[in-house]
Design a protein around this ligand. Structure first.
Ligand SMILES: [Zn+2]
Length: 157
């Protein structure tokens, strides 16, 4: 099989006194996200999408939130591990499509910065990365940010 699809989902509650990071970009917002690591919900969803496409264990199994090594960790480390496993298996990314569910902050002003940052980290062109901000439209409580990501991998061979 030379093409594999992956789906990642993640969510974190808001927390005071922590910077908000989405896709490795620091967002100007008074609240951060609660979590063992830096709680970058977008990088976690992308990491899990890649791992899922490969049939690897998920992000929580590889990077336990009980392990002190990952306390306050930069989530780039998690993404890099997923990318390394992808390359070891001979795959590369074709594209990814991400939905960030948040009433606040507004995602639109940061879309390009997030795309450029992800483009550098994933080594694919920005036009192969889609970032969409969606509001809840009254569904569930507004106490954090959720993120969905689908990705497509192709085998290099
Ligand atoms: Zn997470």
């Amino acid at each position: 099989m030379n093409i594999r699809i992956g789906l990642g989902f993640d969510s974190h509650a808001f927390e005071e006194g922590k910077p908000l990071k989405l896709g490795g970009v620091v967002i100007d917002f008074p609240l951060g996200l609660k979590g063992h690591s830096d709680a970058d919900v977008l990088l976690h969803a992308i990491t899990d999408a890649i791992l899922g496409a490969l049939g690897e264990p998920d992000i929580g199994q590889i990077f336990s939130n009980k392990d002190p090594r990952w306390k306050k960790a930069d989530s780039k480390v998690f993404l890099q591990e997923a990318i390394n496993r992808m390359r070891q298996k001979g795959y590369r990314l074709i594209n990814l499509d991400c939905v960030i569910v948040a009433d606040k902050p507004k995602i639109a002003p940061y879309k390009n910065a997030i795309k450029e940052n992800l483009s550098r980290m994933l080594e694919i062109a920005p036009e192969n990365i889609s970032i969409k901000g969606k509001t809840r439209e009254g569904f569930c409580r507004e106490d954090g940010i959720a993120c969905f990501c689908t990705i497509l991998l192709i085998h290099e061979g």
